[in-house]
Design a protein around this ligand. Structure first.
Ligand code: AP5
Length: 214
């Protein structure tokens, strides 16, 4: 069982690599972004409360995301957890350490996915996701199959996110540098940080992550 964090700015490829690890290692992806979008889609009170915050590119409160993660960790995962987009603040990092300890689990690695800001605009504005299974596509680097059907599940439901525009991306990046990047030092000091070059091809990034984990 391996528990890891994928850490990086918006568009670094965290979701893409998390899905790869789920398929290849039987791990469970815990994406707080996906959980929050699901809450919005379900029309829950919490979902309504966070919709504008997410669309602007700001972070939702620690209390909300820690609550979401607590529930999922309690469900357990034989192959281990991939924390994707969590933690994003020092408070969340402390809470994750406590939650894992409560369950008798440990964090095995924190993988930083390093990508220049200049590459992120193109990645974010070209992204689409399958509404059926969550497969991630990109207009240039991984376009939808010509028949319009998701290669993974056959759905034709193409989704684009409300926060995938240049204005929201500026705020998301500011939030990342202000509140999330201090986690690099936090985990480095614990001897848990490893860095991969996220600018490489998806396959090369996956190979580097596999090497880091093995
Ligand atoms: P979240 O959903 O976590 O978004 P994010 O961190 O901004 O990350 P993204 O999902 O945008 O990018 P990614 O790194 O997963 O990249 P992807 O693989 O899709 O959070 C959204 C919002 O929810 C936050 O802004 C906040 O409001 C809230 N939130 C979530 N968690 C929170 C928390 N813990 N605390 C507080 N608030 C929270 O790739 C991007 C594109 O690039 C895709 O099109 C992909 O095909 C392409 N691509 C990927 N890898 C490569 C590659 N190697 N080469 C070329 N293209 C690539």
């Amino acid at each position: 069982m391996t528990n890891i964090i994928l850490l990086g700015p918006p568009g670094a490829g965290k979701g893409t690599q998390a899905r790869h690890l789920v398929e290849n290692r039987g791990m469970v992806q815990l994406s707080t972004g996906d959980m929050l979008r699901e809450a919005q889609a379900n029309g829950s009170e919490m979902g309504k409360k966070v919709a504008d915050v997410i669309a602007r590119g700001e972070l939702v409160t620690d209390e909300i995301v820690i609550g979401l993660i607590r529930e999922k960790i309690a469900e357990g995962a034989e192959g281990g957890f991939i924390f994707d987009g969590f933690p994003r603040t020092l408070g969340q990092a402390d809470a994750l350490g406590d939650l894992l300890a409560e369950m008798g689990l440990k964090l095995d690695a924190v993988i930083e996915m390093a990508v220049d800001d200049s590459a992120l605009v193109a990645r974010i504005t070209g992204r689409s996701t399958c509404g059926g299974c969550g497969e991630v596509y990109h207009d240039q680097t991984k376009p939808w199959p010509a028949d319009g059907k998701c290669s993974n599940c056959g759905s034709t439901d193409v989704k684009r996110r409300a926060d995938d525009n240049e204005d929201s991306l500026k705020t998301r990046l500011m939030e990342y540098y202000k509140k999330t990047s201090p986690l690099l030092g936090y985990y480095y000091a614990k001897g848990q940080l490893q860095s991969v070059d996220g600018l490489q091809s998806m396959e090369a990034v996956a190979a580097d992550i596999a090497a880091a984990l093995d």
